[in-house]
Design a protein around this ligand. Structure first.
Ligand SMILES: NC(=O)c1ccc[n+]([C@@H]2O[C@H](COP(=O)([O-])OP(=O)(O)OC[C@H]3O[C@@H](n4cnc5c(N)ncnc54)[C@H](OP(=O)(O)O)[C@@H]3O)[C@@H](O)[C@H]2O)c1
Length: 378
């Protein structure tokens, strides 16, 4: 581990999610014995957030995505940069570039498939060469799905072809930043300017049908969604053949009635059409203000469950990964614990390099940490 001023700098600490992550880091900073700082473009906001911290108060670092030198100066100060500045398709590329240049490990909470694909396509080899660990999707996207699929695969005979199906249930609501990011991602899909990763599949990989269907195993309607999780799990399958063997993964969102399926699918289908028109796009961006999100009381009622069912030729397995408010409270926990796990791995010279998935980068040490923090993983 290089001797840098900070172990962790959290960039985007002034955002809705960034402020919750700051509080989580602050509560745990002493126990984890970390030197840390929060970063963003507004020094006044940063200072006020730092002084509101209930635990160890962080230093502040001013950096703006639109000023590349400021990004370089920020990343040069820290061993790990935690990035919560979104939309990542817009703001992420230069932050990753600065991390690669200053040999800084990088984690983020993006859920944008195109950004994740371009990060892998453009930077995997450089990250390996520079001995840097870059991990997208260290929040609700995609830690639960990635770990539920991996733990399920580990219970099945390695050499047998296996089908892994993830089912997600949640009653949570979203922040303005998440909704703005989703609109931008849908727009990129509609314009067909999204990046994709092409990976070679094992010839024995089974096929899983991606249709809306009634799934007996969870007694609910299953809807395939255009989210990032399947892309991440497929990269884990590709990167960890010793865990998975030949395996396919598909993911579904669960609704309890067909009426609820319509209530979920129709707004998404109409949003996919409307984002093509600037007039509607601008209206949607205006509706969802950055910096806003579900109240503490609403988050306290939110919960999620990801259940992965695995089936190989001779065996079956099932993993449940569940917790409280997925997008914000539990994302703060998963993201911070991922950074702590990486610090441990670096101290023990066990960290891997490259553009990695959460399972590839953090493995069992993160499972142990999340269980200790109240996440159910069984
Ligand atoms: N995958 C998951 O599970 C998950 C969960 C939660 C959030 N997210 C993602 O995380 C991102 C943030 O969400 P949010 O709800 O926290 O959004 P938000 O409240 O809008 O926060 C955005 C953050 O980006 C900062 N920012 C914007 N432009 C910047 C610039 N030029 N330079 C430096 N910082 C800049 C903002 O700083 P100012 O305060 O100065 O404006 C703010 O700190 C979104 O992309 C969202 O989709 C993902």
């Amino acid at each position: 581990m290089q001797d840098k001023q900070y172990d962790i700098v959290l960039f985007g600490a002034t955002g809705f999610t960034g402020q919750l992550i700051t509080q989580y880091l602050s509560h745990n900073a002493e126990k984890e014995n970390i030197k840390w700082a929060i970063a963003g473009r507004d020094e006044k906001k940063l200072k006020s957030i730092s002084s509101s911290c209930m635990g160890l108060k962080p230093d502040t670092v001013v950096a703006d995505v639109k000023n590349y030198d400021s990004l370089n100066q920020m990343t040069a100060k820290t061993t790990i940069l935690m990035n919560a500045v979104g939309p990542f398709n817009t703001y992420g590329p230069d932050v990753i570039k600065a991390c690669l240049e200053s040999k800084t490990h990088y984690l983020d909470i993006t859920g944008e498939p195109s950004f994740v694909a371009s990060t892998y396509n453009l930077h995997h080899l450089t990250a390996e060469h520079n001995k840097v660990c870059i991990v997208n999707c260290c929040g609700f996207d995609s830690i639960p799905a990635d770990f539920a699929a991996w733990l399920t695969a580990l219970k099945l005979p390695q050499h047998e072809p296996k089908s892994l199906k993830g089912f997600i249930r949640t009653n949570a609501t979203f922040s303005g930043g998440t909704l703005t990011t989703a609109i931008q991602a849908l727009h990129m899909e509609a314009k067909k300017i999204s990046h994709k990763v092409k990976l070679k599949r094992h010839p024995d990989t089974p096929k899983i049908s991606l249709k809306i269907h009634y799934a007996k195993e969870i007694q609910g309607w299953a809807i395939p969604m255009p989210v990032v999780d399947p892309h991440i799990v497929k990269r884990s399958i590709y990167g960890l053949p010793e865990s998975y063997g030949p395996a396919a993964y598909a993911q579904f969102f669960v609704r309890t009635s067909f009426m609820k399926v319509l209530k979920t699918v129709l707004p998404i289908a109409s949003a996919m059409i409307m984002v093509r028109f600037k007039f509607f796009r601008d209206k949607m961006f205006k509706k969802f203000s950055p910096g806003t999100g579900p109240t503490e009381a609403r988050r306290a009622q939110s919960k999620f469950e990801v259940i992965c069912f695995g089936e190989s030729t001779t065996a079956k397995a099932k993993t449940t990964f569940s917790g409280g408010d997925p997008g914000y409270n539990e994302t703060s926990k998963m993201f911070s614990q991922a950074a702590f796990a990486l610090l441990d791995l670096l101290k023990n010279n066990k960290a891997k390099c490259g553009v990695l998935t959460p399972v590839e980068a953090f493995g069992m040490p993160l499972v142990d940490r999340l269980r200790a923090e109240g996440i159910v993983l069984e």
